[in-house]
Write a protein that binds this ligand. Structure first.
Ligand SMILES: [Zn+2]
Length: 276
């Protein structure tokens, strides 16, 4: 059985695809596979730890998280400034009525299912029931479009640097942060695996000096388009995991740079010519 504790264990990462794993395959198949096999460990950053710190608070497991991460503390035992600021972000989130209602659902709900025949797993930050959705819609008329007539909602919490659009070298334009970080892909996977066509809502807080908040939904047509992309790509990624197809290297990411072997001498003008 998949639990919160073993959700990211190598056994479960091999058995089931998750939203992060799917996105990793989209970026670089070789790096994603090496990570699953334990041959490559993606460097974890302070920025990711701040997000996990906030998640742990809302999950009610912050004491365990603190015990597992001595790097949160200074020598004198006090929290480092990044995590003191994480406490400010949490206070800001909890001082907001709508934000608190969104985070009041069942925590860390784990489910498994299949998409295009591929086993997937999801971990929902806050799963709201129909009554809470009704309550939110009656207190906040502007939330009714997202939660009006539903049997519940999937809420995912995000701690972001800010909510600015992000430059995409692939699309040669700025994309909304939701698309740039693949939260629409995550939403499509979560909704398909959860199985009840529930709305997918992002509860966002930022790390800016004065934290910003947002409650965002992704409309059905966008989730449906993303699900079609996932159905297209997932079987290939699954075949790579099963060793039936060899992974493509992107030749740009940290893993590809780390494992690169020079095989010849090229004209400098060809450097980067294979870039997308
Ligand atoms: Zn790569």
């Amino acid at each position: 059985m998949i639990t919160s504790e073993n959700y990211f264990s190598s056994e479960n990462q091999m058995a089931c695809m998750g939203a992060s794993q799917f996105k990793a395959f989209q970026k670089c198949e070789a790096a994603a596979l090496a990570e699953i096999k334990g041959e490559y460990v993606r460097p974890s950053s302070t920025s990711m730890l701040v997000g996990s710190y906030v998640d742990a608070h809302f999950e009610g497991t912050l004491h365990i998280f603190k015990a597992q991460h001595p790097e949160l503390f200074k020598r004198d035992g006090g929290l480092k400034s990044d995590y003191l600021h994480a406490n400010d972000i949490i206070s800001r989130m909890e001082s907001d009525r709508l934000y608190s209602l969104l985070m009041s659902g069942k925590k860390q709900v784990i489910k498994t299912g299949t998409i295009a025949g591929v086993p997937f797993k999801i971990k929902i930050d806050s799963l709201l029931d129909a009554d809470t959705c009704k309550q939110i819609a009656s207190e906040f008329p502007d939330a009714a479009a997202a939660l009006g007539f539903c049997d519940g909602a999937i809420v995912d919490q995000k701690v972001m640097k800010d909510m600015e659009p992000v430059w995409s070298s692939e699309d040669h334009c700025k994309l909304p942060f939701v698309e740039s970080w693949g939260y629409d892909i995550q939403g499509a996977i979560y909704r398909a695996v959860e199985g009840n066509m529930l709305p997918f809502v992002l509860a966002v807080g930022t790390k800016e000096d004065e934290p910003d908040l947002a409650a965002l939904y992704i409309q059905d047509s966008d989730l449906a388009a993303k699900l079609a992309e996932i159905e297209d790509a997932a079987p290939r990624y699954q075949a790579i995991k099963e060793g039936k197809v060899s992974p493509r290297r992107c030749e740009h990411c940290a893993y590809c740079r780390m494992t690169k072997r020079l095989s010849g001498i090229i004209n400098y003008k060809e450097l980067g010519a294979d870039a997308e």
